[in-house]
Design a binder for this molecule. Structure first.
Ligand code: ADP
Ligand code: MG
Length: 249
């Protein structure tokens, strides 16, 4: 459904993305991983239209969207969830979700079902304010519910684990898993977490602005197990499993 072809991005003379080729299929879940500064967020932003590529093209459902702006891409149902979810002052969870659904012309969406889908009890949350009174994990799940309300075709999540505790993170991972089962959305998650990598159909490893590896989850995980034999066993609770992949056991 999405083809990135020979994509190069330069910012102020620095090559951030270097001749990237990537094909994404409908309904699959992709995890992009790789060291800090390898260009993961930049690739996501180029797909979203926040960065204009220096060369190359982006094709979405057989349409060349390289010159489309963010709004035009959003209208095609391509969405990006930020590392830090926005907090809206003076708006309730119910209003936020209604707004998200309505903006996309979705009329038949049950707000309670959306909350249920992200593991929140509707009664407890419908009338809560979307503000600092919600925990990081709750906010992430409400943001996820807004993505579901929009019925996106392609949803990109940039390090959804940032800023939440381990318990919330486990819940979030379960929620991604359920969404992957239930919805047709193609999901791209930028993450370093083994728990998230285990949800992937395919894993994309970025290094220095290029795609170093694009493989299946099985192959990726067996490879890192072989490579490192889990350094976690050597006493650290949350050590590195494979360079930048964090072990959550
Ligand atoms: N707007 C920008 N201006 C200048 N440099 C940028 C900009 N965005 C990203 N970069 C640089 O591009 C490289 C890749 O960044 P990024 O895509 O955020 O990496 P990652 O998400 O993998 O950590 C980094 O060296 C970063 O400093
Ligand atoms: Mg990033």
């Amino acid at each position: 459904m999405l083809q990135v072809q020979n994509l190069t991005l330069e910012i102020e003379g620095n090559r951030i993305l270097d001749d990237i080729d990537l094909n994404l299929d409908r309904k699959k879940l992709y995890v992009i991983t790789g060291p800090n500064g390898s260009g993961k967020s930049s690739l996501a932003k180029a797909i979203m239209g926040m960065y204009k590529p220096t060369a190359g093209s982006i094709i979405f459902e057989d349409q060349d969207i390289t010159d489309f702006n963010i709004t035009e891409r959003a209208n095609l149902k391509i969405g990006y969830a930020f590392q830090q979810p926005p907090r809206f002052k003076g708006i309730t969870v119910e209003e936020l979700l209604e707004l998200s659904a309505k903006n996309e012309g979705q009329k038949d969406i049950e707000i309670c079902d959306l909350l249920l889908d992200v593991g929140l009890c509707a009664q407890d949350y419908l009338h809560r304010q979307v503000d600092g009174s919600l925990s990081g994990g709750e906010l992430k799940r409400i943001e996820l519910a807004t993505v579901l309300a929009r019925r996106l075709k392609l949803a990109i999540f940039d390090e959804p684990e940032a800023g939440i505790d381990l318990w919330s993170f486990q819940k979030l991972a379960e929620t991604f898993d359920m969404i992957h089962e239930k919805y047709d959305t193609t999901i791209v998650i930028i993450s370093h977490q083994e728990r998230i990598l285990k949800l992937a159909d395919e894993v994309i490893v970025m290094r220095e602005g290029t795609i170093a590896e694009h493989t299946t989850q099985d192959k990726f995980l067996s490879k890192i197990a072989r490579d490192a034999d889990c350094r976690c066993r050597q006493g650290c609770e949350k050590g590195a499993l494979y360079d930048e992949v964090e072990c959550y056991r």
